[in-house]
Design a protein around this ligand. Structure first.
Ligand code: PAF
Length: 282
């Protein structure tokens, strides 16, 4: 597996790989875990070559967020990607991605409003902008993203439709189911911030979500089920809940009562300084 950090070597390497067939892109910010490796495995099933990218994108971090302390274990990540059969790693420097004078922003309205869009202003502009650039740089035939960041996936699909992105077309953007620890906690690069005690408390999140989903399916009202969920999280050791909402799965419209549409439960909650997000189908 070759690692390239600037555009010319990337294009040269891609030209060689493309001769063998379709290329799948797995965009990441590194600090890889089993969830990312599952994306690589799914990508390998559908393409001749997998190109992974690792770029801790400054434009998607808020001023008070964890950009400077975000884990960057590059050598470990390279070994993991290589072991999964990744053909090429695109690991641009910040200067290669955003050269001096860089001035363009992509903003997707609608699906990026509310949920993480409200708590993290500008976050989805940063995501849409960098993913658009990654698509243009790599020109993949397919791309793979985790469903843990369901709203991010909705933003990327909306952007691909709206901007007529030829490669990948919206159907070529694959969402892959969230990978979880044995106690149900969704894998996240940010789980390393949790102390052992916080890590044990964090399992309350998927448990409380399952209980809320069970109550909703049994006929409980949305507002009551969400209020119980928030109480359970605070009692379970979470310091605050940024949001707990039921929204439609595709357009992410808020849902006040279940009416047969496909809906999901979305939660973001904090333990100490660490913000955890999760979503599940209702
Ligand atoms: O999900 C992520 O890791 C990032 O948001 C992404 C899609 C790689 C863009 O920086």
């Amino acid at each position: 597996m070759q690692t390239v950090t600037s555009l010319d070597p990337l294009r040269n390497a891609l030209a060689v790989l493309r001769q063998d067939g379709p290329i799948a892109l797995v965009p990441t910010m590194g600090a890889l875990h089993e969830g990312h490796l599952t994306l690589v495995r799914e990508a390998r099933k559908r393409a001749a070559h997998v190109v992974a990218s690792i770029f801790v994108n400054p434009r998607q971090f808020g001023a008070n967020e964890d950009l400077s302390r975000y884990p960057r274990p590059l050598e470990r990540d390279q070994a993991l990607l290589k072991a999964e059969g990744t053909s090429l790693l695109w690991a641009p420097t910040v200067e290669a991605m955003y050269p001096d004078g860089y001035a363009t922003n992509i903003s997707v309205s609608g699906v990026s409003a509310g949920l993480c869009g409200e708590d993290r202003p500008g976050h989805f502009d940063g995501v849409a902008t960098v993913v658009n650039k990654l698509f243009n740089q790599v020109q993949p035939d397919l791309a793979f993203f985790g469903e843990k960041d369901w709203q991010q996936l909705a933003v990327i699909r909306r952007m691909a439709r709206d901007l007529d992105l030829a490669l990948p077309r919206v159907e070529a953007i694959h969402g892959v189911a969230t990978v979880r620890e044995a106690d149900g906690l969704a894998l996240s690069s940010r789980n390393v911030y949790l102390s052992p005690e916080q890590r044990a408390q964090a399992a309350c999140l998927p448990r409380a979500m399952d209980a809320a989903i069970g109550a909703l399916r049994a006929g409980a009202g949305v507002a009551g089920a969400l209020a119980d969920l928030v109480t359970t999280l605070i009692d379970g050791g979470f310091s605050s809940v940024d949001y707990a909402e039921v929204r439609t799965a595709d357009s992410l419209s808020p849902v006040a009562a279940l009416d047969g549409r496909l809906v999901r439960l979305f939660v973001a909650a904090r333990i100490g300084g660490t913000r955890l997000i999760d979503n599940k189908p209702v």
